[in-house]
Design a protein. Structure first.
Length: 529
């Protein structure tokens, strides 16, 4: 449709449905092919011409400030049921982005959107001052516009502001996507999140829900007496988890540094320093593959509590998940991808070894089973293995391949092998495993927690074993952290630690299957120029 051609109509029958065809150049979707790219450049050039016209008329297209007296939500809240053809006598000043324009002779309908709320401007030409009449001819969908006027209801009952004065707040040069098709390219949604938020109500829903989840997590921790802290994101050595780090270089120090894999060791140093309950909602980084469940930059809640063990941390985890669910969804009874799941406590508790025995039908398996036999069980179930792996690692691989994805309802999988848990305390009654759990919901890990290892000599031995594995080629193995060992040697009290994957929790509560949908600006492959 030609953006400048008005519909043939007179004022008598112009007060019609506001959602009819948009009189605008916004019917361009994306610039992914040559023809669309050419059309886009034409639109941008036309809009730049309008900027020049505005400036020639001494109208600033990018002003410094504006002062609304009410939000669009405020207006809608004050007048939820205004009768048709009502003039309230109340004047207000509002602002928002134009998402629809319909020109009908001497009458124009403009729909503004602000913070996900839409409100119509009912603009008879005769009601506008001279400057606003001229401005109305130069605005487009995507522009930001302020309006001052009376709150009214049109004869169809549409709540509106009938302005006398319009103020351009920002001239958009690029068009919004076609309102019928939206931003349909999934990768474009992630690359241009600002555009996704304009046209995709569900994107707004997800990130508003995310904010509620973060608020609920903080509220629960604060009520329990935890202190929120901040620890370094640049580490002199990689530590806190078994993962491949990102490496950078500090020029002034002439030293390589590592982006944080996890804040664990710094937080436990605070426990050693006498802070009994600490937590951090942190950004961490792992130089690993990307998938619908993994982003190299991600958000965790990590907490440590003196005098607690992993049973105490299970209770904390149940409370955190239930509180987040109630804040985000109003209930702990949810549906995820069409299947019911409950976050009401208590969650199931079961050992990792018991789950592997059930899945393999080998009730006699344990961590003392001969390596040859364990490798044969792996081969029987098409689970790859490496010669350097011990029995704990082999059992873990069986669990991850055969069991983890089947655990739908919240399940604390407990008592992981020492071999794969270098920071967790040995189990009080079974030294072959640790007091560690992972929380699995809808087939994926959502939390990881330990009764923390507090014996500095045991910790050194495990660090050294990790360092040997790293020297042998394991890029995810840890190194010996002397600063942490020094802190442990001061005396680390009994401690329960927890890490919650915030992005995955938001995925669960927002009912989305791709982690990129819950991260405002996810990591993507660079575009080819």
């Amino acid at each position: 449709m030609d953006a400048q051609t008005p519909h043939a109509s007179d004022d008598a029958n112009a007060d019609a449905d506001t959602d009819a065809d948009t009189d605008t150049d916004a019917d361009t979707d994306t610039d992914t092919d040559a023809s669309t790219g050419s059309k886009l450049q034409e639109i941008i050039a036309t809009r730049r011409e309008k900027v020049a016209q505005l400036r020639a008329a001494e109208v600033e297209p990018y002003p410094v400030r504006f002062a609304p007296t009410a939000s669009l939500a405020d207006v809608r809240g004050r007048y939820p049921d205004l009768a048709p053809q009502t003039d309230t006598g109340e004047r207000c000043t509002v602002a928002g982005r134009i998402i629809s324009i319909r020109r009908m002779g001497k009458l124009t309908f403009v729909v503004l959107r602000e913070d996900g709320v839409d409100l119509q401007l009912f603009c008879p030409r005769a009601a506008l001052d001279e400057g606003s009449r001229a401005l109305l001819e130069l605005v487009d969908v995507g522009d930001w516009l302020g309006a001052q006027g009376e709150v009214v209801a049109t004869k169809t009952g549409e709540l509106s502001v009938k302005p006398t004065t319009l103020t351009l707040l920002s001239k958009g040069l690029r068009p919004l996507p076609d309102k019928w098709h939206g931003l349909s390219d999934t990768e474009a949604r992630f690359r241009q999140r600002e555009l996704d938020l304009v046209v995709n109500a569900d994107a707004r829903r997800v990130f508003e829900l995310r904010a509620k989840v973060l608020g609920a997590l903080r509220a629960e921790m604060e009520e329990r007496g935890f202190v929120e802290v901040e620890t370094p994101m640049l580490h002199p050595i990689p530590g806190g988890a078994a993962a491949r780090p990102f490496v950078t270089h500090h020029n002034a120090l002439e030293a390589d540094l590592y982006l944080r894999i996890a804040p664990e060791l710094y937080l436990k140093r605070l426990i050693a320093g006498g802070m009994p309950r600490v937590y951090e909602i942190n950004r961490s980084f792992r130089n690993e593959g990307m998938s619908t469940r993994h982003n190299p930059e991600f958000t965790m809640l990590e907490s440590y509590e003196a005098y607690a063990d992993y049973h105490d941390v299970m209770a904390l985890t149940e409370s955190l998940f239930a509180r987040a669910a109630r804040a985000a969804r109003g209930t702990t009874e949810l549906s995820y991808q069409g299947r019911k799941v409950s976050l009401a406590a208590p969650f199931r508790r079961v050992s990792l070894l018991e789950l592997v025995r059930e899945a393999t039908g080998r009730g006699e398996l344990d961590y003392g089973t001969d390596l040859v036999e364990l490798r044969a069980v792996c081969e029987q179930h098409q689970v790859p293995w490496e010669p350097a792996w011990g029995p704990g690692k082999l059992v873990l691989e069986l669990y991850e391949a055969l069991v983890e994805h089947t655990l739908w309802d919240p399940t604390f999988v407990m008592d992981y092998p020492v071999e794969v848990s270098p920071l967790a305390r040995r189990h009080r009654s079974d030294p072959g495993v640790t007091e560690r759990f992972e929380l699995i919901v809808v087939g994926r890990e959502h939390a990881n927690a330990f009764s923390e290892l507090i014996d500095p000599d045991d910790q050194r031995t495990r660090f050294e074993a990790q360092a040997e594995a790293k020297a042998a080629g394991d890029e995810e193995a840890m190194v010996v952290d002397e600063a942490y060992l020094r802190a442990m040697e001061l005396g680390l009290p009994p401690t329960g630690g927890l890490g919650v994957g915030v992005d995955r929790l938001v995925m669960l509560l927002a009912d989305v299957a791709n982690i990129r949908d819950v991260i405002l600006f996810p990591t993507l492959r660079p575009q080819q120029q």
